[in-house]
Design a protein around this ligand. Structure first.
Ligand code: NOJ
Length: 519
């Protein structure tokens, strides 16, 4: 590992509600995560990113924060957070927490005070309150839409409207206010003092809005992970905020990092968040949204690497998270998911693993309507089932009331078939997805040519096949429909499926990745 741990780190995403439940209430919690740290250390990841566990009414799974310095009672308390961070460090794992600066909960004391204080007050200036348009101000102040569907404005009892790019329970903060900026610098310090190694920054591209909040002009302009140019996303002014944050991060010992969740029109725009005096990493949503297609993946890989080069930031790779359909289902099968994992882990830079992908979990597509909790379901008028299907609690054991997730039930029902996908069922089975991830992460740690660096050398390959070299290491991915025979560039280190070797060749079946190494 190079000196900058984050340049090649494999970071495991824990969706706290669905990882491990220590008290049998059906909801995952911090002590639950703590009890599973040995599993994560053994898996071979370098860090964990934990989704928000702050005090929250849970209108959006904790991305609606009522108190940035408190742990929600359903997840534990501050002492649990302290113990978790300490134990993680003792296991050699770094801890990244989620910070939600674009909006608060509508139950945050600032918003409650804003409602009480009335139009024109300094309390309202912390958010975006406006009078409506049309007769009696009955129409929203502009045409902006909420990511979760419907208008991005809701009306208050006194007739003013407030902006919420997400749910009405998530009012957007006004980052033109120095007080808002000061508050978040203090929140950063609070968690850094507690020992966290970094922050994943929610909606990192959204805090600054274009002056005058101009209309977009086109209906249907907003969706999750969108890449359109919009007056409330990826505004140049946002970078000033990260320059201030970087100074705080750098004032702490060790390397504390900032990771941007930024939806931007291009990898070049994403790279701007990673200039030397800003953040360290950004999620590569251009990679996450690419299809299982050799030409498309190669283009995104090349573009991503090229875009990061001028700012000398590591490229990141991600296949799944708590907002998108799991890639077993998206790509169409476990074989492809296995192949995709070995491709991702062979690329230079840092990789993100979403809890359960190491078990090959598919998206749960048939959750009963009455259990759905994602605000998208209601806001879309029941046309979009939302993101609950990738948030179903993890199966740890082949039996037990919630497959070892906890002693009670689970807040979303787990499919019966998940017994065979549980950690207990896969452990020790060399053909399992879990053991593939373990081996891959071990090889990645031990092999000097994996992870570090920023370049790939593409090798000639038939259509539908990706083949690249990184010094003594070669990765071949067959995305095509037929077995391919290629000259064998070294010894087989690992493969996602049944490759065969014949004389000086290697035969790679469809939807399979093979790792090779030359002495
Ligand atoms: C992105 C988060 O990943 C998502 O889960 C959340 O709904 C939105 N930001 C709003 O905070």
């Amino acid at each position: 590992m190079t000196q900058d741990w984050w340049r090649e780190a494999v970071i495991y995403q824990v969706y706290v509600r669905s990882f491990a439940d220590s008290d049998g209430d059906g909801v995952g919690d911090l002590p639950g995560i703590r009890s599973r740290l040995p599993y994560l250390a053994d898996l071979g990841v370098d860090a964990v990113w934990i989704t928000p566990f702050y005090a929250s009414p849970m209108a959006d799974g904790g991305y609606d924060v009522a108190d940035y310095r408190a742990v929600d009672p359903s997840f534990g308390d501050l002492e649990d957070a302290r113990l978790l961070i300490g134990d993680a460090h003792a296991h050699g794992l770094r801890v990244i927490v989620d910070l939600v600066p674009n909006h608060t909960s509508d139950r945050h004391e600032w918003f409650r005070h804003a409602l009480a204080a009335g139009p024109g007050s300094p309390e309202r200036a912390r958010y975006h309150f406006r009078d409506g348009r049309g007769e009696g101000g009955d129409l929203p102040p502009n045409d902006w839409e909420s990511v979760f569907g419907g208008p991005a404005w809701s009306r208050t009892a006194d007739g003013q409207w407030y902006l919420h790019l997400f749910a009405p329970e998530q009012p957007d903060l006004n980052w033109d206010q120095p007080e808002v900026r000061e508050e978040f610098l203090d929140v950063l310090r609070f968690w850094l003092d507690l020992g966290v190694d970094g922050f994943r920054i929610d909606v990192a591209h959204g805090m600054v809005k274009a002056d005058g909040l101009p209309d977009v002009g086109t209906p249907g302009h907003l969706r999750m992970l969108g890449t359109d140019t919009l007056p409330f996303f990826d505004q140049d002014g946002v970078h000033e905020i990260y320059r201030d944050w970087r100074k705080v991060l750098d004032s702490y010992p060790g390397q504390r990092i900032g990771v941007a969740e930024a939806w931007t029109p291009s990898p070049e725009r994403t790279a701007r968040y990673l200039r030397a005096d800003e953040l360290h990493q950004a999620f590569n949503f251009h990679y996450l949204t690419a299809g299982w297609d050799a030409a498309e993946l190669r283009r995104v890989i090349d573009d991503s690497l090229a875009a990061m080069a001028p700012v000398a930031a590591p490229t990141t790779w991600v296949l799944s998270n708590h907002d998108v359909r799991r890639h077993v289902t998206r790509y169409g099968g476990v074989a492809r998911a296995r192949a995709a994992a070995l491709l991702m882990l062979a690329l230079p830079g840092s990789a993100y693993v979403y809890q359960g992908e190491e078990l090959g979990l598919p998206e749960v597509l048939d959750l009963p309507e009455d259990v759905l909790q994602d605000p998208v379901w209601e806001r879309s008028g029941h046309t979009d089932r939302g993101r609950d299907g990738c948030r179903v609690p993890i199966p740890w054991t082949p039996d037990g009331p919630s497959f070892g997730f906890g002693d009670g039930g689970s807040w979303l029902p787990q499919p019966a078939g998940w017994a065979s996908l549980s950690v207990g069922a896969q452990q020790g089975d060399p053909d399992s997805v879990l053991e593939l991830y373990r081996r891959a992460l071990r090889v990645r740690r031990e092999h000097p040519d994996l992870g570090a660096g920023s370049e790939v050398e593409w090798l000639a390959a038939p259509e539908g096949v990706l083949s690249f070299r990184r010094n003594g290491f070669t990765c071949v991915v067959n995305l095509g429909p037929a077995v391919v025979r290629l000259p064998r560039d070294g010894e087989v280190l690992l493969s996602s499926g049944g490759v065969a070797t014949e004389d000086a060749d290697v035969l790679v079946p469809p939807d399979t990745t093979v790792w090779l190494s030359r002495p």
